[in-house]
Design a protein around this ligand. Structure first.
Ligand code: HEC
Length: 513
């Protein structure tokens, strides 16, 4: 029996060792789709991964950070709930990277290697109705410290507008680490801007200056465009307030970021509502939000849902002592609906998370939001040493407890409606394709949209269902993509152009002349 086990075990070992891993066929598709969106020139990742040499040079470090699961960065627990644009490698992918490094980082057959992906330079959502830029270029000091700066950007809109999305475009992706977006109709932010020297004003002082928020920005993230019929109202003459976190930089650098604004098309039947769960939802009242020095307290907010709602996104927000978050709903029938769990929340990687589909929360459910804080010297981000008593406030050394819940009143069928084109866990979704010119002679263009960066394969199938041409696999980034394909030499007639991606399949009928 023992011998048999050893035999089986050694076969398994041989099986493992016999599996060669190469850059061309295994590592390039993996790195290009999961890492390159941030690790390329002008983006926030500190080193580019756009060819064999660059990836091989950092091979050991890549094997390390992926095994630690610190890269690609993704904070929410993927076993608890799912979101659009979710990042993370499977255990098999992590092992592949380990094996590749252990085998001496072979390149393999470079003719099989996918080209490095190209990224759209403009909007990821399409053509905006309005583009607003920071009115001045802002200079970030090369002093290796984090900087938080608020900029006031007048909308110039003389009427109320229904907004489908505001897309933040970093002017300088190397230094912009995250951004929060809100609007102000009271002039508070404008007055603050005037009180401080230079363009913009410093501080975390965001929440008190704005009366509404839009989806913020983190590197590599994609903003949700509300589905048709849903929008958020931007009041006339509002100022848009953008708080930008500039990452520490050893050299002076500049930034001039901008906003792409998309108005809702067609009739808006439901307003997106954002409610921020906050300390007034604590059973013991808002005054119980007190964080004693050298403690790691947990706070719990409970918010009763008055009518059926369809939740679209969540965005937990604390300051530097924030440690973990868990949010779930408990229905009147005592079912639990998991919403988000983040075990190592990090101020620098905060963001808004959109569910793949609307999440229905029935009337009279309780939404429960729990957060823990670490006010000890073990917390490397603790701004006070020795730790001091911390309460609610806007400053760097104060704290916050907010979970922005964005929802609409529920209508029948919402729970089956996707919020993005990506349906996590299945690729049965049909992706819309556009093809032109059709009929085609020689080269034609296929236009498609991806929720996140992934490998795409095109195949041409004839009327008998036979595959007549397979185009090389290629990695594309998130957003609208156009690919030119060559059909010269093909027999005249009708074909189906099939697109296969991790997000779903697309089919387009084409005519070759
Ligand atoms: C969403 C953007 C983003 C993605 C995606 C991403 N990185 Fe990073 N990476 C960063 C940033 C930013 C840093 C700098 C450290 C930080 O801010 O956490 C970094 C740092 C690193 C480092 C330097 C060591 C360190 O931890 O600082 C390595 C190595 C690395 N990334 C590898 C990868 C690999 C491999 C992938 C894909 C599996 C990946 N990254 C995906 C943004 C990203």
């Amino acid at each position: 029996m023992k011998n048999l086990l050893i035999l089986v075990f050694s076969f398994a070992m041989i099986g493992l060792q016999a599996q060669p891993v190469t850059f061309a066929t295994d590592v390039a598709p993996l790195v290009y789709s999961n890492c390159t969106p941030c690790h390329r020139a002008g983006e926030v990742g500190p080193m580019p991964f756009t060819n064999y040499q660059q990836v091989a040079q950092f091979g050991n470090m890549i094997a390390y950070v992926t095994q630690q699961r610190s890269m690609p960065p993704w904070k929410p627990d993927r076993n608890y709930s799912h979101f659009i644009g979710e990042r993370g490698l499977s255990a098999a992918d992590i092992q592949k990277l380990q094996d590749w490094v252990a085998q001496g980082k072979p390149r393999g057959d470079s003719t099989l290697e996918p080209p490095a992906p190209t990224f759209p330079t403009g909007s990821q959502l399409g053509t905006p109705n309005l583009v607003l830029s920071m009115s001045q270029t802002y200079t970030i000091q090369g002093n290796n410290t984090d900087e938080y700066r608020n900029f006031v950007i007048p909308s110039g809109l003389l009427q109320d507008r229904q907004i489908a999305a505001i897309e933040f475009r970093p002017g300088n992706g190397k230094v912009v680490h995250h951004a929060l977006i809100g609007f102000d109709t009271t002039g508070t932010a404008r007055r603050k801007d005037q009180q401080y020297a230079g363009y913009g004003y410093p501080g975390f002082g965001f929440n008190a200056d704005v009366q509404g928020e839009f989806t913020g920005y983190t590197p590599g993230s994609q903003v949700l465009r509300y589905p048709s019929g849903i929008a958020k109202r931007l009041p006339a003459n509002a100022d848009i307030v953008v708080q930008i976190h500039y990452a520490p930089s050893p050299v002076s650098d500049t930034d001039r970021s901008s906003l792409n604004i998309f108005f809702a098309q067609g009739t808006v039947t439901r307003q997106a509502i954002t409610y921020a769960a906050n300390p007034y939802d604590f059973p013991n009242g808002a005054n119980s939000f007190v964080i004693q020095p050298n403690t790691m307290p947990m706070f719990r907010a409970i918010r009763r849902v008055p009518y059926d709602i369809s939740l679209m996104s969540v965005y937990p927000h604390a300051h530097l002592l924030g440690k973990s978050w868990k949010t779930y709903a408990v229905t009147p029938r005592n079912d639990t609906i998991p919403l988000i769990k983040i075990d190592d929340w990090d101020f620098n990687w905060q963001g808004s998370y959109t569910f793949p589909k609307f999440v229905k929360i029935p009337a009279l459910s309780n939404i429960i939001v729990e957060a823990t804080y670490d006010n000890t010297t073990n917390n490397p981000l603790n701004p006070s040493n020795p730790p001091r008593l911390v309460t609610w406030g806007e400053g760097t050394t104060d704290e916050m407890f907010l979970n922005y819940l964005t929802y609409v009143p529920y209508v029948t069928g919402d729970e089956n409606r996707a919020l993005g084109s990506k349906d996590v866990g299945s690729n049965s979704i049909t992706l819309p394709l556009k093809f032109y010119p059709n009929p085609v002679k020689g080269r034609g263009n296929i236009e498609f949209y991806l929720e996140s960066s992934c490998v795409v394969q095109f195949q041409l199938v004839d009327v008998q269902g036979k595959v007549v041409k397979t185009f090389p696999k290629e990695v594309f980034s998130a957003g609208i993509q156009v690919k030119s394909l060559d059909f010269s030499g093909m027999a005249q007639g009708m074909y189906l152009l099939n697109m296969e991606t991790a997000e779903g399949k697309g089919i387009q009928k084409i005519y070759v002349e």
